[in-house]
Design a protein around this ligand. Structure first.
Ligand code: TRP
Length: 337
């Protein structure tokens, strides 16, 4: 492993992260993780488990602690190579909160009030912590701390990414050129997997329904049951062109895992009965998750090794974070020694 990797490759730096607020599901895998693993060698990649974002809504401490390592292990099990990509936990690097605070101070409340994710998430909380409101300023800090150029996230994070650009521009305007303004371009992030119980909603970690998501750690028997109960429609068989949202979602899951062309999909599925479709999709999901789950178990059974990987990555990127924080402190006039 080359320690200087992150500073010297000359490739564009990318940053992305997921919240450890529950087990990752196949939507996270097909929509983001697998893509991160595929593109990692074309970039200088930093992949973070954003635990400080997770506590913007209450998390059971024990469950959170476990979930952090689970998510890190799933990043690695999905093929992210820690000898190339940095894989670490947000709390390991204090610069996130340091820069986050500075950004909180340059972010007008009006900008935060417009965030649709805040409106959606605050709606179902009894009390809303201030952190949930300020969360996009911390997300901006995650990205700008490393001067990342590209941020591979799904469409649902486009508004937060735009806000990150606005925060970078506002800081640069107030205090002088300091931050790289990341691109708005969202790199193709792969498939959009919908809920099995409601194929009009994107598969989500926080959705309530027991039949909503397939966890990346699901056992074959449960996968069979979940897919068996997935919403379809009243047609007798698959019609590729006109399939309703439920059937389209099952076909989409199969196609994403198998990476088949539309023509191959049509040839295989047109005219197939839904029972058989579900059987094929189940086999595909079980087969595809099995090696990932094996790798995951291996990592979770050797926590010292897992923690060592996280520690090593954190140490590798901390100098970048410290340099940015130092610069931001100097620019804003904070006491920086
Ligand atoms: N907001 C993202 C989500 O909810 C997670 C996240 C936090 C993130 N910081 C980030 C994603 C920085 C990309 C870059 O999914």
């Amino acid at each position: 492993m080359t320690d200087s990797l992150l500073m010297s490759s000359g490739k564009p730096r990318i940053f992305s992260g997921m919240q450890p607020s529950g087990v990752l599901h196949i939507g996270n895998y097909l929509g983001a993780l697998r893509n991160w693993a595929k593109i990692q060698y074309d970039f200088e990649p930093i992949f973070c488990v954003v635990d400080q974002h997770a506590i913007t809504v209450y998390q059971d401490p024990k469950a959170l602690r476990e979930s952090i390592e689970q998510v890190a292990a799933l990043y690695l099990a999905a093929g992210i190579d820690p000898d190339h990509s940095a894989v670490f936990v947000q709390s390991q690097v204090p610069g996130h909160v340091e820069l986050g605070w500075i950004f909180t101070c340059v972010t007008p409340m009006g900008w935060l009030g417009r965030m649709t994710q805040f409106k959606a998430k605050s709606g179902n909380q009894e009390t809303v912590g201030t952190g949930l409101f300020c969360y996009p300023a911390l997300m901006a800090a995650d990205i700008l701390l490393y001067q990342a150029k590209i941020v591979p996230v799904g469409e649902d994070q486009a508004q937060h990414l735009e806000l990150t650009r606005n925060i970078a521009e506002r800081f640069n305007h107030l205090y002088g050129d300091t931050f790289v303004v990341p691109e708005t371009r969202l790199p193709a992030v792969g498939a959009r997997v919908m809920g099995l119980d409601d194929p009009t909603q994107k598969m989500s970690k926080s959705a309530e329904g027991a039949n909503h998501a397939i966890s990346m750690l699901e056992e074959p028997g449960r996968i069979k049951k979940l897919i068996g109960r997935a919403v379809t429609d009243s047609n007798p068989q698959v019609e590729w062109e006109t399939a309703g949202p439920g059937v389209r979602n099952l076909l989409g899951i199969f196609q994403a895992f198998s990476e088949q062309s539309n023509a191959e999909m049509r040839a295989e599925f047109d005219g197939m009965r839904y029972g058989d479709l579900k059987k094929r999709v189940t086999e595909m999901v079980v087969e595809s998750l099995s090696p990932i789950q094996a790798k995951y178990r291996e990592l979770m059974n050797n926590r010292d090794h897992l923690r060592h990987i996280l520690q090593r990555s954190a140490e590798r990127i901390t100098p970048i974070a410290e340099q940015t924080v130092q610069l931001a402190k100097e620019r804003t006039g904070l006491f920086s020694g």
